[in-house]
Write a protein of this length. Structure first.
Ligand code: HAM
Length: 424
């Protein structure tokens, strides 16, 4: 609560942001753990870049014509007059970090991952937030289309471990610097014929970068774009060959996919392979993950000529389609009566915690009945009862809350029981 002219009023969280509450965090940690486990299984290492970056980083990579840069960035001027942006995506940060830290000189595999928050000032709706989280992976220096297929296979492995059913893989090629200009020329002339019928935003895109018209979500623009030429019909021999071999590796992995010729992804840096995995369970914002190849970014940033490919998965969207599998916490609630017993309980909790057993103590000086009912409410697995008599004898009562079985013992005996049950 804050006081202002009108008295006290509550402060709400920022629109489009969400608190991840303790009862949800267990599921987040479990899914994040699965992501890390799978990524590391394929040789990825974590790289943690800052949330704040120079605005120019995204302008020069994500792209001056992308919706992300033109409309969605959280940008501000810092006290030294620099333009700073809360990262809307992670890929440009990894590329910057590799160049700045000269990671390309190291023998480590150039495979990096990261899980963390991103920021986009988009219209919030189900599955679309202003602060959201991505699990992002990037590979550098692998030209072979086998890697394009391997990262999709890795995503499928993760989704299948998380029991995400009905995910559909969409693939396309967006060509390269050699074949795209010819395609854009043809696209421009086709767009020109229907320009008046496009929304104001797409009319601007028609001049700046007509490829971005395919990102428009308005039904009229979508319908019109169906008649536009398809980039896969304009690929140069190298892109064509890459796309063909990429698909043959997907077949090798037995990954079903659909070619989606209008999938151009909303970001300007892609070359050759572009893909998305969507889920029918997600509604309008149906992409669980999206990615592709970006062979020119490192060079364009003044680094070595090293190609890149990767994807980012929306964690909120992923969590909304995974089967929850929260494990109930296994913990001991210590009940005590009197000051001596309180100190004994504190000592016992310290002893059990050394063995990684979770203990909960509360300091409210309530009676036995109240403490037991509190333990029940918290769904404690065990209750340890400590009174003056127990302290004097050094023997305590341990109650299994599931079976109601009660055992007596000194702390070593009770530890043995607790550890035996812990692993079950
Ligand atoms: P993106 O398609 O912009 O790609 O985002 C990737 C994923 O992040 C989406 O498929 C979606 O699941 C999630 N996402 C995006 N915006 C939001 C939002 N406002 N709210 C909730 N979830 C969202 C990229 O960001 C590229 N950096 C991916 C990449 C990596 N390409 C190559 N390497």
């Amino acid at each position: 609560m804050i006081e202002d002219g009108q008295g006290k009023r509550a402060i709400s969280g920022i629109k489009g942001t969400k608190d991840i509450l303790p009862n949800e965090v267990a599921e987040w940690q479990s899914v994040e753990g699965r992501c890390r486990g799978i990524f590391e299984l394929y040789g990825y290492r974590e790289l943690r870049a800052p949330i704040l970056e120079a605005t120019e980083l995204f302008e020069r990579s994500t792209g001056q014509t992308s919706d992300v840069v033109t409309k969605e960035m959280y940008t501000f001027t810092d006290k030294a007059g620099r333009s700073i942006t809360l990262r809307p995506e992670y890929t440009p940060s990894v590329v910057r970090s590799i160049i700045e830290n000269r990671l390309f000189l190291q023998p480590e595999p150039m495979r990096y991952y990261y899980i963390g928050p991103m920021f986009r000032y988009d219209k919030p709706q189900k599955g679309r937030y202003r602060q959201f989280h991505q699990a992002d992976i990037e590979v550098f220096g692998e030209k072979d289309p086998a890697i394009d297929a391997e990262i999709i296979e890795m995503a499928h492995r993760l989704l299948s471990e998380l029991e995400v059913a009905d995910a559909v893989t969409l693939v396309n090629s967006v060509g390269c610097q050699n074949c795209r200009p010819g395609y854009l020329e043809e696209l421009r002339s086709q767009v020109e014929r229907v320009r008046e019928a496009l929304c104001a935003d797409c009319q601007r895109k028609a001049v700046a970068n007509p490829l971005r018209i395919f990102d428009c979500k308005l039904e009229t623009c979508r319908k019109l774009s169906e008649s536009f030429p398809r980039i896969i019909d304009f690929l140069c021999a190298e892109c064509e060959d890459h796309f063909k071999r990429f698909r043959s590796y997907l077949d090798f992995y037995k990954i079903p996919y659909r070619i989606e010729p209008r999938l151009v992804r909303g970001l300007d840096y892609y070359t050759k392979t572009a893909f998305e995995i969507i889920s029918g369970k997600l509604g309008a914002q149906n992409a669980i993950l999206g990615g592709g190849r970006y062979d020119d970014m490192m060079r364009q940033f003044g680094g070595p000529d090293i190609c890149g490919i990767g994807f980012a998965m929306g964690m909120e969207r992923l969590l909304s389609v995974v089967k929850p599998r929260i494990q109930k916490r296994n913990f001991i609630y210590l009940v005590y009566l009197g000051d001596e017993a309180k100190k004994a309980a504190m000592g016992l909790a310290g002893y059990f915690r050394k063995y990684r057993l979770e203990c909960v103590l509360e300091f409210k000086d309530k009676g036995l009945k109240n403490q037991l009912s509190r333990a029940n409410k918290l769904e404690a697995s065990w209750v340890l009862i400590i009174g003056d008599e127990e302290v004097a004898k050094g023997r305590f009562q341990l109650k299994n809350m599931k079976t109601a079985e009660q055992r007596e013992g000194n702390r070593e005996e009770l530890l043995k029981i607790l550890l035996e049950n812990q692993s079950r």
